[in-house]
Design a protein around this ligand. Sequence first.
Ligand SMILES: Nc1ncnc2c1ncn2[C@@H]1O[C@H](COP(=O)(O)OP(=O)(O)OP(=O)(O)O)[C@@H](O)[C@H]1O
Ligand SMILES: [Mg+2]
Length: 241
Amino acid sequence: MLRIVVLNPKGGSGKTTLAIGLAAMYAVRGLRTLLMDFDPQGSSMRWLEKRPPDRPAIAGVAAYTRNLAVTRSFQLRVPPGTDRVIVDTPAALEAPKFHEHVREADAVLVPVLLSDIDIHACSRCIGHLLIDGKIKRRESRLGVVATRVRPNTIIFRTLMRFLDQMEIPVVTTLRDSQSYVHATELGFGLHDLKPERVRPELEQWNLLHDWLETRQQRSDTGAGASSPPATPGQPGQTATP
Ligand SMILES: Nc1ncnc2c1ncn2[C@@H]1O[C@H](COP(=O)(O)OP(=O)(O)OP(=O)(O)O)[C@@H](O)[C@H]1O
Ligand SMILES: [Mg+2]
């Protein structure tokens, strides 16, 4: 099983789009996928309700609700046989809460929009994940996903330089595309759309898929704490604009 947490306290940074996209990608690939939504806005769960029954199934847990009839751990349990757990987190999540969200994660993805304000917020988020979230860089489970990207901009290069210094990989960059908006309205992920319509977008997701697969191998072999640090230029890294 692979547990992937999508986290960035900055509102509108692309968390839900990334989380539902991952869930659809794995479901379409035939993996048993569970989507957990910790955001009281319930955007991921609303998307799941819209998902047509003829699309590959995704299980959902509305983790933002409290079911007083059962214990919290029962409510958040992962059914046996689950292959992938994708966790969507809320905006304005406070740093002291990072650890409880990421402690069991095999991969933590921070989506970031490319604006000055968002890049500043992203750098704070990374700092808090390392300190409050207790993520060690040598565990190589932390990655950034740059979203709605126009690569040849100064701001993009600024982000790359910052992450380079922090030794955090940019796993992929997702272009600004109306296909995400269109798919989300239908309860689809990008992988539910006709591939010929979204070929460039899918190539960007393949990089993310491959990086996550190597997290899976690491978690299977118990690698992580004793592994060498992640360095920019690792597989899936797309720092070159
Ligand atoms: N790559 C993309 N191309 C075009 N639009 C995008 C892309 N990624 C996200 N969006 C749009 O940006 C908006 C914000 O994205 P999203 O809801 O995923 O962010 P969020 O971080 O989950 O927000 P919140 O903090 O409110 O939960 C949405 O309207 C979404 O459709
Ligand atoms: Mg959201």
